[in-house]
Design a protein around this ligand. Structure first.
Ligand SMILES: [Zn+2]
Length: 146
C-alpha cells in the first residue's frame, strides 16, 4: 500500500510500505478515507524534534472498517469510524477518566504495539488499529453517502 514517511524536516514522501494485517484478535483494519495533518506531525516537519530513521506519520483519520479480529465487539465490518490521536484500550483507569492519550496499554500511530508489531500511521491507505474497541468510534451513518 501507499503511505507517507517523513525522512527529514520538510521532506515527506509517499512510498510503498507493507500491507497491514491483523496481529491480535482485538485488532481492526481500516481503509482510510481522510486523515488530518496533526500539529504533532508538523513538529518534525519543521525540525522541532529529531529522528534517526524515516517514520510513518498521520493521526486522527476516518475510514471504513474492512476487517476485525474475533474479539472486537463495538465496531463491525462496514462501519464508518473515527480514530483519535492515539490508540487505547478504553478500559484502564486513565481511559475511564477520559485521558486516552495516557492509556496504560495504548500507544501512538506509526509506532509499535506491546508485542513489537508495527502500527500504521494515519496517512496511508490502510491502518491496523490495535485495541479497536477502545480506539475506534463508529458514526451513526456513513457521512460520505447522502
Ligand atoms: Zn487505557
Amino acid at each position: 500500500m501507499k503511505a507517507t514517511l517523513i525522512h527529514n524536516p520538510g521532506d515527506v514522501r509517499l512510498e510503498d510500505v507493507p500491507d497491514p494485517q491483523l496481529h491480535a484478535d482485538t485488532d481492526g483494519l481500516v481503509r482510510v478515507v481522510a486523515s488530518c495533518i496533526c500539529g504533532s506531525d508538523l513538529w518534525p516537519y519543521r525540525g522541532a524534534n529529531t529522528f534517526d530513521e524515516p517514520w510513518r506519520i498521520g493521526h486522527e483519520f476516518v475510514g471504513v472498517v474492512e476487517l476485525i479480529g474475533d474479539a472486537v465487539q463495538t465496531v463491525g465490518v462496514g462501519d464508518f469510524v473515527i480514530a483519535p490521536f492515539v490508540w487505547s484500550d478504553g478500559t484502564c483507569p486513565m481511559c475511564q477518566r477520559g485521558v486516552q492519550t495516557s492509556c496504560d496499554n495504548g500507544g501512538g500511530w506509526g509506532g509499535e504495539d506491546a508485542d513489537g508489531n508495527p502500527v500504521d500511521a494515519g496517512q496511508g491507505e490502510w491502518v491496523r488499529v490495535p485495541m479497536a474497541d477502545g480506539t475506534l468510534v463508529a458514526t451513526p451513518s456513513d457521512p460520505t453517502r447522502r
